[in-house]
Design a protein around this ligand. Structure first.
Ligand code: PGA
Length: 251
């Protein structure tokens, strides 16, 4: 049975610890009876809430690439590891767009997360389906992937999850179609086959993100052959998120 990931990216929400605790306990209560051992539900809350949760699969939304030092405002991979994080989202499009994250910093962050024995969730995706000036969406996806993975060995590559998140689908209520997502998955696998090998390309989990909900999640797993989803808005609604966990599992 293939392993599936349902990863909650809360972004900068909710605004109080009490709400954060309630959201996690409501979701945990909802998924308790779920007999799907192959679905890993992961919570990626804002940094200050990480210490609130110890018995869940925990991830961070970002990280800096140095272990410690004079970097005011930053959070290191060692700190995340110490707080129990197993996953770290790297290169989310909101980080690229609002915080000037480049392929170079994303590459350094990936290496730092891997060095600290956590699983990076590398987010890639084009801004515009029609392509940006003088290029196509698949050229952009291929370039983002190639640059992010620069200098990463095949052994390390096997520890990475790739999240395909077309920017136009994030938070818009307009998800990609299953066909779009399948095309992206095949493109990502082809790129990994060129960079590494065909057999490795088959092994790397690829998940989808962008306006997923309990109604459309199944198509991404079944038709687009995705290994799960990175979920923004819907992960803030306990009932909806629990329904997603139910809809995603393999019978
Ligand atoms: P969304 O966000 O589900 O709200 O579209 C997904 C993401 O940004 O990871």
């Amino acid at each position: 049975m293939k392993k599936l990931y349902l990863i909650a990216n809360w972004k900068m929400n909710p605004t109080t610890q009490a709400e954060a605790k309630k959201l996690v306990s409501d979701v945990l209560r909802g998924i308790k009876s779920l007999k799907a051992k192959n679905v890993e539900v992961v919570f990626c809350p804002p940094f200050p809430y990480l210490p609130l949760f110890s018995s869940v699969h925990l991830g961070a939304q970002d990280v800096y690439f140095e272990d410690s030092g004079a970097y005011t405002g930053e959070v290191s991979p060692k700190m995340l590891k110490d707080l129990g994080c197993k996953y770290v989202i790297v290169g989310h499009s909101e980080r690229r767009q609002y915080f000037g994250e480049t392929s170079e910093t994303i590459n350094k962050k990936l290496k730092a997360v891997l060095k600290n024995k956590m699983t990076p969730i590398l987010a890639i995706g084009e801004k515009d389906r029609d392509g940006e000036p003088n290029t196509t969406w698949y050229a952009i996806v291929k370039q983002q992937l190639t640059e992010a993975l620069d200098g990463i060995s095949a052994a390390k590559m096997q520890k990475i999850i790739i999240a395909y998140e077309p920017v136009w689908a994030i938070g818009t209520g307009v998800a990609a179609t299953a066909d779009d997502a399948l095309t992206a998955k095949l493109l990502i696998q082809k790129t990994l086959a060129q960079l590494y090998s065909k057999s490795l390309a088959q092994k790397v989990p690829v998940i989808y993100g962008g306006s997923t909900d309990s109604k459309n999640i199944a198509q991404f797993v079944q038709e687009a052959q995705m290994n799960g989803a990175l979920v923004g808005g819907s992960s803030l609604k306990a009932k909806e998120f629990v329904q997603m966990a139910e809809a995603i599992r393999n019978p």
